[in-house]
Design a protein around this ligand. Sequence first.
Ligand SMILES: C[S@@+](CC[C@H](N)C(=O)[O-])C[C@H]1O[C@@H](n2cnc3c(N)ncnc32)[C@H](O)[C@@H]1O
Ligand SMILES: [Zn+2]
Length: 282
Amino acid sequence: MLAEAAALLACPNCSGPLEHEDSVLLCARGHSFDIARQGYVSLATGTASKITGDTAEMVAARATFLDAGHFDPIADAVAQAVAEHAQGPARILEVGAGTGHYLCRAVTNVPDSVGIGMDVSKIAARRIARIHPAIAAVVADAWQRLPILDDCLTHALSIFAPRNADEVRRVLAADGVYVVATPTSRHLRELVDPLGMVRVDDDKTRRLGDAMAGRFERVQRVPVDYAMTLDAAAMEAVVAMGPSAHHITPQRRAELIAGLPEELSTTASVVISTYRPRSASE
Ligand SMILES: C[S@@+](CC[C@H](N)C(=O)[O-])C[C@H]1O[C@@H](n2cnc3c(N)ncnc32)[C@H](O)[C@@H]1O
Ligand SMILES: [Zn+2]
């Protein structure tokens, strides 16, 4: 694990800084955390270990879909938002990082940057550990205290992932930014009904605004809308990587996809919002 990334991590038991020694992270009070053979470290506390996050099948489907480039315009917009708000090398956290795809693009877009890819899924963490040498992979729960030191990050990312505004505020520097990607109600709309996918509700973006309002103010909003041509394998992957995977068996999914055209023009529709922390006096 890269020392510069390890230097941003905090002990989940006492919140103190962690030292990197061989294959262990160690705090001054003697709490120690092994770096797994696959390169990630688990800093999850007892309660988090009950949440498993995405399954191996979901993570593999996401990797297939993202590697095919269907969401590249979204990744480009995220990387662009990160670079526009960077002053020198960035220290970037992605919470719910999945395969690390977006974090990798963000880290490579700003020279000499480091990243922490955090996910509650160990399967995801294994992939994150392999994606880029400047990215550290950490297993932790977004809804607990994040195992990150106060005020140390220039950027936080939340891409289709849980948002804990209080904790992100704590770990971001005063001049840092929080880049958030949320789907609109048009996202994948051609697939929602035929494949019984979970619908994005129209209120979601408004509720995100409400949840962030006390701690952050939005400084940029970039809508990303385009048409993708998806074949059966891509349709399969996009359903299997999301929450809809829990609602439909792989066999039923294959039957429904067989009833659709071989190639389907499908809408991608996402908003990339960039937030700055509000100062306590605002
Ligand atoms: C829809 S995926 C998005 C992954 C990635 N950001 C992307 O867009 O490719 C959501 C991710 O959040 C993770 N996740 C779910 N609940 C979480 C939690 N409580 N804490 C941390 N990660 C969580 C899942 O394991 C999954 O990898
Ligand atoms: Zn400790």
